[in-house]
Design a protein around this ligand. Structure first.
Ligand code: HEC
Ligand code: HEC
Length: 329
């Protein structure tokens, strides 16, 4: 018996040493760097339709993270990101050649948006990767970045460098890796097929599942359906008043989802304007999305009907928080 314990002891001891060595390695290496990629040779034609579409996508994505108080994409401190990930600042992505991305080629931008890897091989761990966005939509984003619209005009303002925490570094060595650049063209969905159009809009463009699933990290960007608790909600987020806000269960579960809570019209209204049928207002970080069309949101509603139902009672989570607060008083 004693010998067995000794063997286990030595085994555990070596494991601890291994883990310690890995942590040391992570601290020294920081966020991993990759070989500078051979980015695709693409020249995006800038058309008014693309600029408009790119702007609509930017309102769902880029603006919230990159725009300063004057609505310029200078980068800023991201106070929403939990401190455990470090001090995260987004970047200047205006057309300025030095401080912004004025010198990046169209291919550099597209490669980065899909994979997270910059032309020099450095990796953006926090910035979302747009792996499933259709080629045409990605081109629209590029067209908008190159356009004469106000937010993208050159600015020399610069946000400080990101200070990644140990947790971020560890994740960048384990769970958050560059996403593979697609080998096949990604086509726009058939907008007449409501479920396909809704699925594309929710998962590939608006990233609704990123917040409305069970975990911020255990997500599969190439196969969103495999993300933990897909559309079952329940992620705790810091609200504006410091009180926790839980993301909603958007599956069609009868009791805890939206099946009996929202008609299609009410759903369109709550996402667009942030007002529930009973007049209550959705709290931050669920911001209204006025740039989304009724047809996009109606299609998302049809798509959500097809997502496997998850029984997850969000009201109960609030009840627990309240119980804890009462107990600590
Ligand atoms: C959730 C917040 C978030 C969203 C949404 C977001 N970004 Fe970023 N972006 C960041 C952060 C943070 C960085 C800094 C690197 C990192 O991830 O650590 C960054 C870096 C970048 C860079 C690299 C710039 C450089 O000089 O290194 C580009 C280009 C970029 N973003 C473009 C975009 C575009 C275009 C969109 C919209 C399609 C977008 N981002 C949406 C947070 C975001
Ligand atoms: C940044 C994270 C985030 C993203 C992205 C997000 N949501 Fe939300 N959503 C939330 C949070 C948090 C709540 C809960 C707000 C509250 O309780 O006041 C919420 C609430 C909702 C509600 C109300 C549900 C209810 O039970 O009353 C609907 C509907 C909704 N979101 C739909 C969407 C759709 C559709 C998308 C994509 C277009 C989306 N959300 C993207 C965080 C997010």
């Amino acid at each position: 018996m004693k010998k067995a314990f000794k063997v286990i002891g030595i085994g555990l001891g070596s494991l601890v040493l291994l883990v310690a060595a890995f942590c040391g390695y992570v601290l020294i290496v920081g966020i991993p760097t990759y070989d500078p990629p051979a980015t695709p040779t693409i020249t995006v034609e800038i058309t008014p339709a693309r600029v408009d579409r790119g702007e609509a996508i930017a309102h769902l994505q880029c603006m919230a993270c990159h725009a300063n108080n004057e609505n310029r994409l200078t980068g800023k401190y991201m106070d929403d990101i939990p401190a455990m990930f470090g001090k995260i600042y987004s970047k200047n992505i205006t057309q300025d050649p030095e401080k912004g991305i004025g010198k990046w080629s169209d291919g550099d931008i597209i490669y980065f948006l899909r994979t997270g890897v910059r032309p020099d091989g450095t990796f953006a761990a926090i910035m979302p990767k747009y792996a499933l966005m259709a080629d045409e939509d990605i081109k629209s984003v590029v067209a908008w970045l190159r356009s004469d619209r106000f937010p993208v005009q050159p600015s020399t303002e610069e946000a400080p460098e990101v200070e990644y925490s140990f947790v971020s570094k560890l994740l960048a060595h384990t769970m958050i890796k560059p996403v593979a650049y697609p080998t096949q063209p990604i086509l726009m969905p058939d907008t007449a097929d409501q479920v396909a159009f809704g699925k594309y809009t929710a998962n590939a463009v608006a990233d609704c599942y990123a917040c409305h699933s069970a975990d911020l990290i255990q997500q599969d960007k190439l196969n969103p359906e495999r993300s933990k608790g897909f559309y079952g909600g329940g992620i705790e987020m810091p609200g504006k008043d410091g009180k926790p806000v839980f993301t909603a269960n958007l599956t069609f579960d009868d009791q805890t989802g939206i099946a009996n809570k929202y008609t299609k019209e009410q759903f369109i209204r709550v996402v667009k304007l942030g007002v529930r049928p009973d007049g209550t207002i959705l709290r931050y970080p669920m911001e209204p999305r006025p740039s989304m069309s009724d047809s996009e949101l109606g299609a998302i509603y049809e798509y959500l009907k097809t997502v496997p139902k998850i029984h997850n009672d969000i009201a109960q989570k609030y009840a627990k928080v309240q119980e804890k607060q009462l107990a600590s008083k």
